[in-house]
Design a protein. Structure first.
Length: 272
């Protein structure tokens, strides 16, 4: 499970790049019960606080992620997942040495911490966070918060080599139902298996059309009722790629798209 102790290599933050901030804020509020807190917003003439170009999502008062205006030319709306590191500059050197690409060089975000964003050798985008005053989100592994991270990739062997070298992850494979092949589980370095935080899944380029054939990461959000969440997704302008479906030993899940096409998974975990 993911916790807020944020050991090195564990997920610690996520933010959404959206073309329309108010629409995204309204969608996730309706679907996951989040409140949006603009940062640096202006006031309209009637005194109402307008949506800023970015801000924080909160669940029950606790920060669960960020939201910002998508500004990168050609970029698709998507969630960016950040992993905790002790040294963002060292992580950047490791990425370069392993054949990855530095998309955003290490930079300080005030007193809060230091971040950098990368692409793995096959194009999967991810980020790191070196904590300062902020270690990351305040709620994890509870309904309405991040509970898992997942990479769809065309080459799990290459992904294991890259991420294992950069973030120190350990991997174990489990068979998926039917003829779906193996699913690779991710555990942070030095942690027991119950601290598994995510997985790698092999898909063909044709199945990665959302990112034009390139690998991509997405978040898995815990929800109390997957079917109810799916109904909220579709009634608020989103779509469902797969599910809801029961996965033995995992729970009931659905792969969803928000109104701009950013993907995430809604999961009601198995109680057995």
């Amino acid at each position: 499970m993911i916790t807020t102790d944020f050991v090195p290599g564990s997920p610690c933050w996520l933010d959404l790049g959206a073309p329309d901030v108010p629409t995204a804020a309204a969608f996730y509020g309706a679907v996951l019960g989040w409140d949006y807190e603009p940062m640096g917003g202006n006031h309209s003439e009637d005194g109402e606080h307008e949506h800023a170009e970015g801000g924080m999502f909160r669940k029950d008062g606790k920060i669960v992620g960020g939201l910002g205006k998508l500004t990168e030319e050609g970029a698709r709306p998507a969630w960016m997942i950040y992993y905790s590191v002790s040294d963002a500059d060292a992580a950047t050197r490791a990425v370069e040495n392993a054949g990855g690409t530095v998309r955003v060089p290490p930079r300080d975000l005030g007193e809060w911490g230091r971040m950098a964003q990368y692409s793995d050798p096959l194009g999967g985008e991810f980020a790191v966070w070196q904590p300062g005053a902020s270690k990351g989100v305040e709620l994890l592994d509870k309904p309405g918060s991040l509970s898992w991270t997942e990479l769809y990739t065309t080459d799990t062997t290459a992904a294991k080599a890259f991420y294992g070298g950069v973030l120190g992850w350990r991997f174990s494979d489990m068979a998926m139902p039917g003829d779906m092949g193996a699913y690779t589980l991710i555990t942070p370095a030095g942690q027991p298996e119950e601290r598994m935080q995510g997985g790698l899944m092999a898909l063909s380029e044709a199945d990665l059309a959302l990112a034009h054939g390139r690998p991509y990461w997405h978040p898995v959000f815990a929800v109390a009722d997957c079917d109810d969440t799916v109904a909220r997704v579709t009634s608020n302008g989103g779509n469902v790629q797969m599910g809801p479906a029961d996965m033995p030993g995992v729970g009931r899940l659905a792969v969803c798209l928000d109104p701009a096409g950013a993907d995430f998974v809604a999961l009601t975990p198995s109680t057995s």
